[in-house]
Every structure is written in structure tokens, then in C-alpha cells.
Ligand binder design. Structure first.
Ligand code: NDP
Length: 257
């Protein structure tokens, strides 16, 4: 049987890198995009190749249609339509609503939400015209369902991804294309470590499983959603958050007590 092909957006660092490497170890070939860190992208490709995968990677702004079209033309010339798409690329800006710059709003919505749309549409069109089944996994966040202050653009984008996932699942289901979302909790990567002095300690204390998440926690669930074991699952959001976004802010109990 020929090896299956996955596309991961934003595979140069963090969660995307873990997804690329996990898929590579599990027998997938992988194409991935990045935007600003070619050196890190090269490192991801090197580790995925060491795990036995064929790898293609390219700079591609997920929120620009011309970039996305050119990227998938390259992927198609290389290996045809992918069996799996992981819409992982994302950016976050921190600002109160009253101070948020239009540029930040546009960049976050374009990358996180429009990027998800453009990549999904491109891959789904190719799968439908090839008559091939497929799976799409969108990376959400706690912002899918909770309102985070100073993250209004990010929260709007991730709430949009939740609803986008459902509509895409309904429309693409008859073509045997499953669309799901993975919503991570606090995951330890370079970017989040810089967010707070003791990022791991801060989040572990309020997370029911009493630990912070690792990129592997997310990658494992993406792998599951791409597997035959998930073949009757579509339109769902799977929370990979140690329970942190399930608990209410209950006035009689202090979280972490
Ligand atoms: P990173 O900043 O490490 O990774 C972001 C990735 O997205 C990088 O590969 C980056 O490329 C890529 N990227 C950014 N903008 C674009 C663009 N316009 N076009 C193509 N690629 C782009 O962060 P994470 O690993 O944390 O983020 C991955 C996903 O996980 C995001 O969707 C994020 O919202 C989500 N998430 C993360 C959580 C966490 O705690 N870490 C929690 C909840 C959700 P480059 O390196 O080249 O800049």
C-alpha cells in the first residue's frame, strides 16, 4: 500500500512540528507550510525525514489565496491530493478591544480563520474531483467556546473555526471527507513559555489533570482523528486540555484548591 500523504499548515514550530513528526513516525509522508522561520522549518523537515517520511515544505501564507493555490499545485505535482489536512497555522495578538489595531485584527482573522477556509476549500476540491475520501483537522483553542479578555481577534477567529468545522463536515460528509476540530488547552511551547513567568505552574494549578499540555498530547489526537478508528466521527471538537475549559468558575470552589 502506498504511503498516505498529510498536509500540515504551520509545521515549522510548536504544535505543528509535533504533528509533522508524529505523522512521519506513523508512516505518513508530509507536506507542510511555514511563513517566517525557514531555519525551524528545515529542522522539522530533517527530523521528519529521519523518521522515514518523504517531506515537502514551502513558505506559504495560509491567508493569501495565490500562495495557497501555488502551494497545493506543488503538492499535487509531487503526490496528488492529500489524504489529511491539518489546519494548524495560527497567530495571536494581545490587546484590549479598545486598543486593538485594525492590522492585528486583519492578520489574526486572515491567518487563523481565512487560512482554514482557503486550505480546506483547496484540498476538498481536489479530493472531490479525485473521488477520494479524506480527513481534515482544524486546530482550535479554549477560545472556541470561552471569552478571553485581550484576545478578541483570536477568540473571534477560533469561535469561527468551531462553526466552520461543523458546516464543512455537513457539506463534505457526502464526499467521505470528515472534518473535526482539536481544541488544545495550555500547551508548552516557546511562544507560550514567554507568556507568563511560570507558564507551566500557572496553568497546571487550574487544570483538573494538574499538568500543562505537551505538543505530543495534541499530535496524538490529530493522529487518532485521521485514523480508521475515527471513521464515523465528523463535525466534532475534541478538547485536549486536561479539563481546564470544562470547569465553571464556581464561586464556592477556588480552581486548583
Ligand atoms: P507557534 O507560534 O509555535 O506556531 C505557529 C505556526 O504557524 C508556525 O509554524 C508559523 O510559521 C505558522 N504561521 C503563522 N502565520 C502563518 C501564515 N500566515 N501562513 C503560514 N503559516 C503561518 O504556535 P503553536 O504551535 O502554539 O500554534 C499552533 C496552533 O495551535 C495555532 O492555531 C494556535 O492557535 C493553536 N493553539 C495553541 C495553544 C498553545 O498553548 N500553544 C493553545 C490553543 C491553541 P513560522 O514559524 O514560519 O512563523
Amino acid at each position: 500500500m502506498s504511503r498516505r500523504l498529510a498536509v500540515v499548515t504551520g509545521g515549522s514550530t510548536g504544535i505543528g512540528r509535533a504533528i509533522v513528526n508524529t505523522l512521519a513516525r506513523e508512516g505518513w509522508d508530509v507536506a507542510f507550510s511555514y511563513i517566517s522561520r525557514p531555519h525551524e522549518a528545515e529542522q522539522t523537515a530533517t527530523s521528519a525525514r529521519a523518521a522515514g517520511a518523504d517531506v515537502l515544505f514551502a513558505q506559504c501564507d495560509v491567508g493569501i489565496k495565490a500562495d495557497v493555490d501555488a502551494f497545493y499545485d506543488r503538492v499535487a505535482a509531487w503526490r496528488g491530493a492529500p489524504d489529511l489536512l491539518v489546519n494548524n497555522a495560527g497567530v495571536q495578538t494581545w490587546a484590549p478591544l479598545l486598543e486593538l489595531e485594525e492590522d492585528s485584527w486583519d492578520r489574526v482573522i486572515r491567518t487563523n480563520l481565512k487560512g482554514c477556509f482557503l486550505n480546506t476549500q483547496n484540498v476538498a476540491r481536489r479530493l472531490v474531483s479525485a473521488g477520494k475520501p479524506g480527513a481534515i483537522v482544524n486546530i482550535g483553542s479554549g477560545c472556541n467556546k470561552l471569552a478571553f479578555p485581550r484576545l478578541v481577534d483570536y477568540t473571534a477567529s477560533k469561535g469561527g473555526i468551531e462553526q466552520f468545522t461543523k458546516v464543512a463536515a455537513i457539506e463534505l460528509g457526502p464526499h467521505a471527507i470528515r472534518v473535526n476540530c482539536v481544541a488544545p488547552g495550555a500547551i508548552e511551547i516557546e511562544r507560550t513559555q514567554a507568556e507568563a513567568g511560570d507558564y507551566a505552574g500557572t496553568w497546571s494549578a487550574i487544570t483538573p489533570l494538574r499538568r500543562i499540555g505537551q505538543t505530543q498530547d495534541v499530535a496524538d489526537v490529530v493522529l487518532y482523528l485521521a485514523s480508521p478508528g475515527a471513521s464515523f466521527i465528523t463535525g466534532q471538537t475534541l478538547w485536549v486540555d486536561g479539563g481546564v475549559f470544562t470547569q465553571a468558575n464556581w464561586p464556592y470552589e477556588k480552581p486548583g484548591a
